[in-house]
Design a protein around this ligand. Sequence first.
Ligand code: SF4
Ligand code: SF4
Length: 317
Amino acid sequence: MLNVAEGKIEQQLHLKRLALRTLQINVGKLCQQRCTHCHVDAGPKRREIMGQAVIDKVISFLKANPVAKIDITGGAPELNPHFKNLVKTLSRLTDHILLRTNLTVMFEAGHDYLPELYKAYNLELIGSLPCYLAQNVDKQRGNGVFDKSIRALKVLNDIGYGQDGSGLVLNLVYNPLGPQLPPPQAKLESDYKRELLSRYGIRFNRLFSLTNIPINRFKNYLQAEGRYDDYMELLKANYNPATVSKLMCLEQISVDWTGKLYACDFNQMLNMCLSNGKPVYIDQISAPQLIGLDIRIAPHCYGCLAGAGSSCTGSLV
Ligand code: SF4
Ligand code: SF4
């Protein structure tokens, strides 16, 4: 068992990949927002965007290696100029597509078609809303983001998302505002449901509670506040061995805008690529060849292993 008091996690935790179930596609780092906790360092000035040539390679991989789930992320994925066609093509390859949306992107010029597109392809939406209180959301995501997010959720509710019996799934994502572990997911979900319904008449399906991973912008924030070491100690002190067998990196692979593969989006942001001595691109490997490959572990992995655990679809245990 991992002894968190001794040695480095990368020397103690040895994980090998299982059969592939989910392909997470990061279509680029462009985003109209610039949130303080963003592990992608996304923002309006980022120019890393997946082009058609890489999209074609991703599609070829999926045709040869069907997966249960496709998870589209960014940046704001909808700002990729190929987004609409990507969704259309992917929908022919799987009936389960997750889209990570910042919600507010539907109000960007020329993007008012998005709600109907989501619905037409039955995308399962995962929208960021780190709190049901305006001041907390605006502090993390920028002034006015909370009001826009609420407007977006109302638009989605009006076309059926989050409504009983519609089959249109709307999930929300919570992450702590600062260097704390998230509270228990089930309790938080019922608080969100009660508050969003009573304050704004908004309904949604599930709440995913995520731990902030100490990399990139969130790490910079912690270091600027002199709290990075304390946060790492908090994560280590709450290491939970029951999370290990549920880690998302066991059955998921993440592809970046250039086609390079990683165990997860966090490793992607640290350029810890899948490697057999050199980076592996999506057109260089098949799903069966991924099985048994080592998963690269580093101190940020404590973020997934602490407390109830954390993944792109919430708590693990
Ligand atoms: S957290 Fe999401 S919405 Fe915020 S800057 Fe990053 S990608 Fe954009
Ligand atoms: S950050 Fe989490 S998902 Fe990624 S490799 Fe580490 S434990 Fe796995």
